[in-house]
Write a protein of this length. Structure first.
Length: 129
C-alpha cells in the first residue's frame, strides 16, 4: 500500500492488476536468461581466458577467480558495472548503453579496453592465455 490511502481504490487496484499482468506476461514469454547473448559474451572473452583444460589450470582455478575478482574490484564503479552486466548477467550492449545514456559504440569500446586490461592483468600474474 502507498504511504497515503488512495482517494479512489478502483483505479489503484486496476493499476496493480495491470502491472501484475504485464509481469506475468513477460515471465511467460521470456527467453532463457541471456538468450543468444551468452555465445557472444563467451566469444568476446576468449582472448582473456582460454578454455584448455589441463592439470595446471584446474589446480590454479581458485587463483584465477581471485585474480579476476581483484581486477574487477580495481575498476571504477561505472566500468565495473558495465563489465559485470555484460559478462556476468549477459546483458546486451544496447541495454547497457540505454541504461547509462551512452552510445553503443562507447560501451563496446569500454568493454574492449577493459578486456585488454584484464588480459594484461592476468598475464602479469602468470596466467597462461
Amino acid at each position: 500500500m502507498p504511504t497515503h490511502w488512495p482517494e479512489q481504490l478502483a483505479p489503484f487496484l486496476g493499476k496493480i492488476t495491470r502491472n501484475l499482468s504485464f509481469n506475468k506476461y513477460k515471465h511467460d514469454h521470456a527467453e532463457k536468461r541471456g538468450s543468444s547473448e551468452i555465445t557472444l559474451v563467451l566469444e568476446e572473452l576468449t582472448d582473456c581466458v582460454s578454455d584448455i583444460d589441463n592439470v595446471e589450470q584446474i589446480i590454479n582455478h581458485q587463483e584465477l577467480i581471485k585474480a579476476i575478482n581483484s581486477f574487477v574490484r580495481s575498476l571504477s564503479p561505472k566500468k565495473r558495472n558495465i563489465f559485470v552486466r555484460r559478462y556476468w548477467y549477459a546483458d546486451s550492449v544496447s541495454d547497457i548503453a540505454s541504461d547509462y545514456g551512452m552510445l553503443q559504440g562507447t560501451i563496446s569500446k569500454t568493454l574492449e579496453r577493459t578486456r585488454k586490461q584484464l588480459k594484461v592483468f592476468l598475464a602479469e600474474r602468470g596466467f597462461d592465455l
